[in-house]
Ligand binder design. Structure first.
Ligand code: PLP
Length: 341
């Protein structure tokens, strides 16, 4: 198949319709076979559960070309199990994890000429998701669901180098202690939109959310987990039951410990101690790590010693090592890289 004639390195993070997507429907207590389709339109009842009561969960992962020319995905088994957890929390049927892997592989294979070439910095972003489709007006879970996976090529997250960003501590809360912060549900994003729009209006790139109960501990941003580096080189990440368990963050903590020989800690992080860290970064699939240069809390600024020009040294080492593992230039732990046959 011929690669698409796309200016890969200048793509943004946006939706581009690709030829094939996977669709499976759940009805009468079971999932159908599912399959690929060219139809990008979803037609559902005006009263569908997803439209009335936001019964929808999603995942995000990427397929890309390694240095030696293989098409692979990064740890899709963790996306499959996280989707399971998300679905269970919202009283939705579980999409079987082995079938999830088959579905994402099928979508990548069917859109192979949209997988960006190695070295472009671009990837094929995969979006598996599920939603309640039948009419629901009295509040209850839907009886029928649709699982879909589409893909869209996205550009390199950092164009012209990874510049540190500035974030603010927001007065809004993201997740309640026993709420839904730990699952990947659209509802967590709907309520974050006002906070991010106002953050951008005020000149900040992102919001840092504190724990809703005491507002003393660091949680995460709207869509990425925090990593901090202490002045003596320890890697610290906040522990909380209302944080979304980022696959990138979990992978980076493993890399810090087992590849770089660093001490790692997953523990409660009080906002008061943030000023004492040497480096700060945000972890997620799209960027791997975005370095944070400055955090502003009601006019008070915390400026990390790594500055506003480049990543801190430990953050950079973590970034380069995980990227090397993903691209096949550094040997990966067993099972992390899954080839699309
Ligand atoms: C998806 C997501 C992340 C990042 O998770 P990855 O698995 O690393 O992509 C972090 N926080 C939230 C709230 C998310 O939805």
């Amino acid at each position: 198949m011929a690669k698409q004639n796309i200016d890969w390195s200048n793509l943004g993070f946006g939706y581009m319709k690709t030829p094939q997507r996977f669709v499976s429907n759940y009805k009468d207590g079971k999932w159908d076979e599912g399959g690929l389709t060219a139809d990008d339109q979803v037609v559902i009842s005006e009263c569908a559960g997803v439209l009335q009561y936001a019964q929808t969960v999603f995942e995000g992962l990427k397929a890309y070309t390694t240095a030696d020319g293989r098409t692979v995905m990064f740890r899709p088994d963790l996306n499959a199990s996280r989707l399971r957890n998300s679905a269970e929390r919202l009283e939705m049927p579980v999409y079987p994890e082995d079938k999830f892997i088959e579905a994402v592989k099928a979508v990548v294979a069917a859109n192979a000429d949209f997988v960006p070439p190695y070295g472009s910095g671009a990837t094929l972003y995969l979006r598996p998701y599920m939603f309640g489709t039948n009419p629901v007006i009295g509040v209850k879970p839907a009886d029928e669901y649709q699982f879909r996976v589409f893909c869209t090529p996205v550009g390199p997250y950092f164009k012209g180098g990874a510049k540190p960003i500035t974030i603010r501590v927001t007065d809004f809360d993201r997740a309640a202690p026993h709420g839904t912060g730990h699952i990947k549900a659209g509802l967590n994003y709907a309520m974050s939109l006002h906070a991010i729009v106002t953050a951008h209006e005020e000149g900040y790139d992102e919001n840092m959310y504190l724990d809703a109960a005491t507002r003393t501990k660091v949680e995460e941003t709207g869509g990425a987990n925090f990593l901090f580096v202490t002045k003596d080189g320890k890697v610290v990440t906040p522990k909380s039951s209302s944080i979304l368990p980022s696959i990138t963050r979990r992978s980076l903590m493993y890399v810090a410990e087992h590849y770089l020989g660093l001490e790692v800690e997953e523990r409660e992080v009080f906002f008061d101690e943030v000023k004492d860290f040497a480096e700060c970064g945000l972890c997620g699939t799209a960027a791997v790590i975005s370095p944070v240069g400055k955090i502003v809390n009601k006019g008070e600024e915390i400026c990390f010693p790594s500055g506003m020009e480049e990543m801190g040294p430990v953050t950079k080492k973590l970034y380069e090592t995980l990227l090397g593992i993903q691209m096949g230039t550094i040997e990966a732990p067993e099972g992390w890289i899954v080839e699309v046959k």
